[in-house]
Design a protein around this ligand. Structure first.
Ligand code: HEC
Length: 248
């Protein structure tokens, strides 16, 4: 009985935790694909151009990304490494946390493990799609899944300005709160809506790969391990039959 209660507790509790702490806005559902090199390369380019100024990916080396994604080292150094770091070095950034905190109110965290911290790529994808105009914020932007975020919408030149309907509703306790409704782009960026969505997908795919660069190796090795176990089982059964033949 105790076992059953414990099992139920362990299955239900994490789900309850997620429900309690999770965002009120539903997340968009995407599937990362680490075999799509073209998407990962595009994502790496966006990361280098738009994110690396503030966020490190300090467990990664430029060289590993170049090799995994099939980017020649010279091209990597020329187009994706804007620091004076050598190809074998870790992708840290020069600005210190204290200064960043003064600028933004909160330091931009390292993004090496961001998709794993958020339980998958959906949150990051939705976050990058969810900046909207809000003049009450220091940078004039807010975010639907990260209320009052300290990060400016760095890709606003690409996406354009998104404006959302706001409804004031009264909850059960009589408190008024603002709910964000439908949104639309009111000032175009240099990308179309579809291009921006692809760019954000590729960026998310890239950061998902960074969080688990060995995922493809693991799948391949797993397959061989299963194959080995299968063949070995046949050998073991045959051997077993052979050993017992005269005894039966
Ligand atoms: C100008 C500096 C700056 C740039 C450039 C920038 N960010 Fe941020 N980012 C921040 C700051 C500051 C925070 C912390 C916000 C807070 O806690 O309110 C943040 C937070 C985040 C978070 C939330 C992390 C968490 O733990 O909740 C994510 C995800 C993120 N940034 C992704 C990106 C991506 C992807 C890019 C590139 C497209 C990018 N950022 C570019 C400053 C920046």
């Amino acid at each position: 009985m105790k076992k059953i209660v414990l099992t139920i507790l362990f299955t239900v509790l994490p789900a309850m935790g997620l429900a309690a702490g999770g965002p009120s806005v539903p997340l968009m559902d995407i599937r990362a694909d680490h075999t799509n090199k073209e998407s990962l390369q595009h994502g790496a380019k966006i990361y280098a151009n738009y994110c690396m100024g503030c966020h490190s990916v300090k467990y990664m080396r430029y060289e590993r990304i170049a090799d995994d994604l099939g980017i020649p080292h010279e091209l990597m150094q020329e187009h994706l490494n804007f620091s004076d770091k050598k190809i074998g070095e870790l992708m840290t950034i020069a600005v210190d946390e204290k200064t960043q905190k003064q600028w933004f109110g909160a330091p931009p965290p390292d993004l090496s493990l961001i998709t794993r911290l958020k339980g998958g790529p959906d949150w990051l994808f939705t976050y990058m799609m969810s900046f909207y105009k809000d003049d009450s914020r220091p940078f004039g932007m807010n975010n639907k899944v990260f209320k009052d975020v300290g990060m400016p919408h760095v890709m606003v030149d690409a996406q354009g300005v998104q404006e959302c309907e706001k409804h004031v509703v009264t909850d059960d306790e009589g408190k008024e709160k603002t709910v964000i409704g439908d949104c639309e782009i009111t000032e175009a960026g240099y990308m179309t809506a579809e291009e921006y969505e692809i760019a954000v997908y590729d960026l998310t795919n890239f950061l998902d790969y960074v969080a688990e660069p060995y995922k493809e190796d693991r799948k391949r090795i797993g397959l061989w391990a299963l194959l080995y176990a299968f063949i070995f089982t046949i050998v073991a059964v045959l051997l077993n039959n052979e050993y017992w033949r005269d005894i039966h």
